[in-house]
Design a protein around this ligand. Structure first.
Ligand SMILES: Nc1ncnc2c1ncn2[C@@H]1O[C@H](COP(=O)(O)OP(=O)(O)OP(=O)(O)O)[C@@H](O)[C@H]1O
Length: 307
């Protein structure tokens, strides 16, 4: 196993996450999820030995991080934090090239193969038209992609990303997540990334580390999601206490949209009703009726009359 965490307690003066025993291997993509403040960033810093463990040990590629040098950690591991300081007076191409310099002294001139790889990374991130832009003139999203590009240039086997999809629109989220997936599958890298955007992220992660109650629950993504249906259940977003949902039998997206529509417009007890999505029609049934509605407008008209 490439990353092994043994009996670790993580935190500052007080523990945030206790007795962590888990591991990940090359080729895996692991999504780190948990509410604000549970300790995701602290865990990442602990893996990088930027924050001391309160107890236990972490091994990267067989080396105990406590006795590894910065150079050893950097050769094995690259990190992209969601907020990184912007180096002054450099272009996007310079920033991505910096990823290559952990392998050379700073005065070294990059060779042709390195320069070509930098250009390929810029292209794969759809950043070609910004390559010569000064960093401070980039949008937040492009700057974030540039930091990811620097991590790709570093070419280490283990890449950690703290909320890599913050600031990105849907199209760019997909570009980044596909790229990460490709790195894991085609180049056998280990990717650990934290995200609140778990709906999208779950499609790309094969493992999940769920942080809750000061523990890490680790496992195959689908297994963790099955055990925690509060993560998948749209009820997660309940904000109307008087709303009791009907039974809904429909594909996930339709189910979620109907739930959202009903909660906003009919915050009542709808538990007597059952909605089934069949052949693009919503069939609404209860003990005393069955009607078909072709749209949310029609559903709205029916419910306004009934309640
Ligand atoms: N240097 C520090 N010293 C002491 N406590 C800290 C320090 N840095 C963070 N904390 C505290 O540790 C807790 C966990 O913070 P952390 O940033 O790891 O959470 P997180 O899960 O990444 O949160 P978010 O999702 O909001 O980014 C928070 O209560 C935070 O205030």
């Amino acid at each position: 196993m490439f990353l092994v965490i043994k009996n670790a307690t993580i935190g500052y003066r007080k523990p945030l996450i206790k007795e962590v025993n888990t591991s990940l291997d090359l080729g895996e993509i692991c999504l780190l999820i948990g509410n604000n403040g549970v300790g995701k960033t602290t865990l990442i810093k602990s893996i990088l030995n930027q924050n001391r463990l309160l107890q236990g040990e972490i091994f990267i590629n067989g080396q105990n991080i406590k006795i590894s040098t910065h150079q050893q950690i950097a050769e094995n591991t690259t990190v992209v934090f969601s907020k990184s300081a912007i180096p002054q007076n450099y272009t996007l191409r310079d920033l991505i090239s910096f990823g290559k310099y952990i392998h050379y002294p700073y005065y070294f001139e990059l060779n042709r193969a390195d320069k070509q790889e930098v250009e390929e990374i810029i292209k794969s991130l759809n950043l070609s038209s910004y390559a010569d832009f000064p960093l401070h003139e980039l949008s937040d999203g492009n700057l974030q992609k540039a930091f990811i590009g620097r991590a790709l240039a570093q070419n280490s086997p283990f890449i950690i990303l703290d909320e890599p999809t913050t600031h990105l629109d849907e199209e760019n989220k997909i570009i980044i997540l596909k790229l990460l997936r490709n790195l894991a599958k085609a180049k056998n890298k280990l990717i650990l990334f934290s995200s609140h955007d778990w709906r999208l992220a779950k499609e790309f992660a094969n493992k999940i580390w769920l942080l809750h109650d000061q523990k890490i629950e680790a496992g195959i993504a689908e297994e963790i999601l099955l055990k925690h249906d509060e993560l998948l259940n749209p009820g997660l977003f309940d904000f109307t206490e008087s709303f009791i949902p009907p039974k809904i039998a429909a594909p996930d997206l339709h189910k979620e949209m109907l739930y959202s529509f009903l909660q906003k417009n009919f915050p009542k007890n709808l538990s007597e009703l059952e909605f089934t999505f069949q052949n693009s029609i919503w069939v609404i049934s209860s003990d005393d009726l069955q009607i078909n509605c072709a749209s949310f407008t029609e559903i709205g008209q029916f419910l306004s009359k009934r309640y």
